[in-house]
Write a protein that binds this ligand. Structure first.
Ligand SMILES: [Mg+2]
Length: 295
């Protein structure tokens, strides 16, 4: 099948899906055109998904890979408390996988896109020895209201949605973790509640909390009883990646409800004054051992 024919199929799938009216031109031209509203900020994020790094063709179907590729980017939009608007998807695949794999990838991606009103506005297709997907997402947030990593203050409480370690546990068992569910609704609700800082948990609590503290110029003290997924070890909970839950801080005057958008919210620690980026667990310095591509 030729590229033009494949693009036409993808275009038909995309046009059957969501279409944000702010996208005044989507797939079909050299660029997509997006017309923002007044008084909104746009947030952008871009994420790679690489075969044999983030998934294998043995364990993941084309649909799984498409779902996962969009979910990673949407998780970053959730972390900012933004509402997703559109995505651009660049996909390279080996020739032997063929058009049916491409179709499966886009079906997986577009079913998640439909759930969160994301318009597939464009992208690129290429052949390469391995599967590479790069998904860029844009979200909108009221002007000046995006949740940043840099807003945590000493005395703030640290919270997270959901539980830790499920993906690390699945990986240890040689299984495929369930496709991550981006915490979009929770992110928007938490932004409205006025949290002080936040990010998504993609590379493990120890490393991600270290990063948040570094950006905020603070330290953190974790509590000893963390919300751990069934079967996961403490080590998997502290250092395992790919949880895609939200990590937040809020001033002690803000009382966060025990559940937001159907997800449990647990206080897991306190922000303290101290060496920027230092995280303590049971009074001892916790090494940031989460997933780092360059270690
Ligand atoms: Mg992130």
């Amino acid at each position: 099948m030729r590229e033009t024919a494949i693009v036409q199929r993808i275009r038909a799938l995309a046009e059957a899906g969501r279409h944000d009216p702010a996208i005044i031109r989507g797939i079909g031209d050299d660029c997509a055109i997006f017309r923002p509203r007044p008084n909104e900020d746009l947030v952008f994020t871009s994420d790679f998904v690489l075969e044999d790094r983030h998934f294998t063709l043995r364990t993941h179907t084309a649909r799984d890979v498409g779902h996962g590729a969009l979910a990673r980017s949407l998780s970053d939009l959730a972390a900012m408390g933004s509402k997703p608007v559109f995505c651009l998807v660049s996909l390279a695949i080996p020739a032997r996988l063929g058009a049916s794999w491409v179709r499966g990838f886009y079906k997986g991606l577009l079913s998640l896109a439909a759930k969160y009103d994301v318009t597939l506005a464009g992208g690129d297709l290429a052949q390469f020895e391995k599967v590479i997907a790069d998904v860029t997402c844009c979200g909108r947030v009221p002007r000046g209201k995006a949740i940043l990593r840099s807003g945590a203050k000493p005395g703030d409480r640290i919270y997270m949605t959901g539980a830790l370690g499920a993906s690390a546990r699945a990986l240890a068992l040689g299984r495929r973790a369930d496709g991550p569910e981006p915490r979009i609704r929770a992110g928007i609700a938490l932004r409205r509640l006025g949290v002080s800082a936040g990010m998504d948990l993609s590379d493990g609590l120890s490393l991600d909390l270290h990063r948040l503290c570094l950006e905020s110029g603070v330290s953190a003290e974790l509590e000893s009883d963390l919300p751990i997924a069934p079967g996961a070890s403490l080590k998997e909970a502290l250092h395992g990646g790919e949880d895609y839950e939200l990590l937040l801080t809020a001033s002690p005057e803000k009382k966060l409800p025990p559940r937001i958008a159907g997800l449990p919210i647990t206080q897991i620690g306190t922000i303290t004054r101290g060496h920027a980026g230092q995280v303590y667990f049971k009074k001892r310095p916790l090494r940031a051992k989460g997933f780092d591509h360059f270690r």
